[in-house]
Design a protein around this ligand. Structure first.
Ligand code: ADP
Ligand code: ADP
Ligand code: MG
Length: 454
C-alpha cells in the first residue's frame, strides 16, 4: 500500500467508515472537522484533526481551497471525499491532484462528464446501455420541450442535468402541468445547482431501482453485482438490499455487463455505481445515472461479496491494479441495510438533533452497525440526519429478515427521535416480506402507517 496519510474531507458515518479502511491498510488519518464536529466520533478516531471552519457546510466541508490546504499542510498524500459535499465536484478532484495529492476517486474530467446527467446519458447510449426514453440532450426552449414531452408521452419527468440526492426532479402528468413546471424547474435548478440545464424522461410507473457496483483501475473493470433500493421517500433511499429481488439471471447478467461496458468506455478509475430502473412486468431495464463515488448503501455489497470497497478505493488511488478478475467475485447470501435517521416518522420526518443519552448496539454474526454515534454525543443540527446504517447478512433473504428483526430489537438509541420503529414496521410488512415493492410503494404506505405526507 503506497498511501501513508489520508485526509478525510467529510464527516459523519462515512468518515468513520473511511477511517476504518485506512487503519486496516496501516494509513494515518487526518480528519477535517467543522467547529460543530470537533467532538465527533471521526475526530476522536483520527491521528490529527483539522478545524476547517464554521458549521455551515458552505464555509467548511464545501470549501475547496480550505480542504486542499489542510490536507497539504498536514502532510497527507491522498484525500478521500466520501459522499455528498465535494465528492462529485470535478474542480475539487482537480485541485487535490494539482496540489500533488491523490484524489480517491475518478479524475475531475470523468466526474464532470458522468456527473452531468445529460452527458452521462450520451456516454451510456454510446456504450450500448439502454436509456429511459427521453430527450436527446439538454432542452431549453419551453415550446420545443413541450413538443418533446408530448412525443415521449405523459407522465413525463423533468430532471436537472446537475441534480442529485433526489433533488431537481418534477413529474408532469399532462401538458398543462408541464407548461407550469418547466420554467419553475429551470429556475430552481439554477438556484440549487448553479446550472439550469434540464432534460426529460418518460416516467416508468411501476419501477424498481436496481444499481450495479463497479470498480475500475483505468485498465481493468469489474462489477460487484447489484443492489435493490426501491424503498424510497422523496426519491431518497431508506432501505437497501443485495442482491436485487426476483431479478431473472439473464437480466442480472445484462445489467451488470452493461455497467462494466460503460465503465470501460470511459476508462473508469475508482468505485462507482450505475443506476437503473427495472420494469419487472416487461423485464426491461433502463439507465438513469452514474454516481462517481462511494454510496451510502455500499455495505450490502460488501456483505454479499466479502470485498471491502473503501479499501479497494484507497488501493486504486495508491496506484495498485484491481486485485480481482470478474470470476473471483461471487455473491453469497442476502444483505439488507436500514438507514437510521434522527427524524420522527410520526411528525412528518421532522429532524430531531440533540444529545444521545443512551446507546445499545446489536452485535453478532452477520450484523454490522456503521455509525457516527457514541453515548453522550450531541447530534449537531447542521447536516443531514443519517445517524447510522444497520446492515444484516443471512444465507438467504428469509434468514436475513429474521436476523434483521432481532438486530432492530437490539438497537436502542435514547434521547433523540429515530427511524428505528419505521424499519421495524417495514421488516414486518407483508409486501416487503413478499418482495412486492417498487419506487412508489413507500410514500403511500408511510401515509397509512405514520400519517405522514410525502
Ligand atoms: P446514495 O446515492 O449513496 O444512495 P444519497 O442519494 O442518499 O446517496 O446521497 C448521499 C448524500 O449525498 C446525501 O447526503 C445527499 O444529500 C448528498 N448528495 C448526493 N448527490 C448530491 C448532489 N448532487 N448535490 C448535493 N448533495 C448531494
Ligand atoms: P438523483 O441524481 O437525485 O439520485 P435519479 O435520476 O437517480 O436522481 O433518480 C432518483 C429516483 O427518482 C430514482 O431512484 C427513482 O425512484 C426516481 N426516478 C428517476 N427517474 C425516473 C423515471 N424516469 N421514472 C420513474 N422514476 C424515476
Ligand atoms: Mg440517483
Amino acid at each position: 500500500m503506497s498511501l501513508r496519510r489520508v485526509f478525510i474531507a467529510n464527516r459523519g458515518e462515512i468518515a468513520v467508515r473511511i477511517n476504518r479502511a485506512c487503519r486496516a491498510l496501516g494509513c494515518e488519518v487526518v480528519q477535517a472537522a467543522s467547529a460543530a464536529d470537533l467532538d465527533s466520533l471521526s475526530a476522536r478516531l483520527a491521528d490529527t484533526v483539522v478545524d476547517v471552519g464554521p458549521p455551515p457546510a458552505a464555509k467548511s466541508y464545501l470549501n475547496i481551497e480550505g480542504m486542499v490546504t489542510a490536507a497539504k499542510e498536514n502532510g497527507c498524500d491522498a484525500v478521500h471525499p466520501g459522499y455528498g459535499f465535494l465528492a462529485e465536484n470535478g474542480a475539487f478532484a482537480d485541485a487535490v491532484e494539482a496540489a500533488g495529492l491523490r484524489f480517491v476517486g475518478p479524475s475531475g474530467d470523468a466526474i464532470r462528464q458522468l456527473g452531468d446527467k445529460v452527458e452521462a446519458r450520451r456516454i451510456a447510449a454510446a456504450a450500448g446501455v439502454p436509456l429511459v426514453p427521453g430527450s436527446d440532450g439538454r432542452i431549453e426552449d419551453p415550446q420545443a420541450a413541450a413538443e418533446v414531452a408530448e412525443a415521449i408521452g405523459y407522465p413525463v419527468m423533468i430532471k436537472a442535468a446537475a441534480g442529485g440526492g433526489g433533488r431537481g426532479i418534477r413529474v408532469a402528468e399532462d401538458a398543462a402541468d408541464f407548461e407550469r413546471l418547466f420554467p419553475q424547474a429551470s429556475a430552481e435548478a439554477r438556484a440549487a445547482f448553479g446550472d439550469g440545464g434540464l432534460y426529460l424522461e418518460k416516467v416508468i410507473t411501476r419501477a424498481r431501482h436496481v444499481e450495479v457496483q463497479i470498480l475500475g483501475d483505468g485498465r481493468n473493470f469489474v462489477h460487484c453485482f447489484e443492489r435493490e433500493c426501491s424503498l424510497q421517500r422523496r426519491r431518497q433511499k431508506v432501505w437497501e438490499e443485495a442482491p436485487a429481488l426476483g431479478l431473472p439471471d439473464a437480466v442480472r447478467e445484462a445489467m451488470c455487463q452493461s455497467a462494466v461496458d460503460l465503465a470501460a468506455s470511459v476508462a473508469y478509475c475508482g468505485a462507482g455505481t450505475v443506476e437503473y430502473l427495472y420494469d419487472a412486468d416487461a423485464q426491461c431495464f433502463y439507465f438513469i445515472e452514474v454516481n462517481t463515488r462511494i454510496q451510502v448503501e455500499h455495505p450490502v455489497t460488501e456483505m454479499v461479496t466479502g470485498i471491502d470497497l473503501v479499501e479497494a478505493m484507497l488501493r486504486i488511488a495508491g496506484g495498485e491494479d484491481l486485485p480481482w478478475t470478474q470470476d473471483a467475485i461471487v455473491c453469497r447470501g442476502h444483505a439488507i441495510e436500514c438507514r437510521i435517521n434522527a427524524e420522527d416518522p410520526a411528525r412528518n420526518f421532522l429532524p430531531g438533533p440533540g444529545r444521545v443519552t443512551g446507546l445499545e448496539v446489536p452485535t453478532g454474526e452477520g450484523i454490522r452497525f456503521d455509525t457516527l454515534l457514541y453515548e453522550g454525543y450531541e447530534v449537531p443540527p447542521f447536516y443531514d440526519s443519517l445517524l447510522g446504517k444497520l446492515v444484516v447478512h443471512g444465507d438467504d433473504r428469509r434468514a436475513c429478515l429474521a436476523r434483521l428483526g432481532a438486530a432492530l430489537a437490539g438497537l436502542r438509541i435514547e434521547g433523540i427521535p429515530t427511524t428505528v420503529a419505521l424499519h421495524q414496521a417495514l421488516a414486518a410488512e407483508p409486501a416487503v416480506l413478499r418482495a412486492d415493492t417498487h419506487t412508489r410503494f413507500l410514500e403511500p404506505w408511510l401515509a397509512q402507517q405514520f400519517a405522514t405526507r410525502a
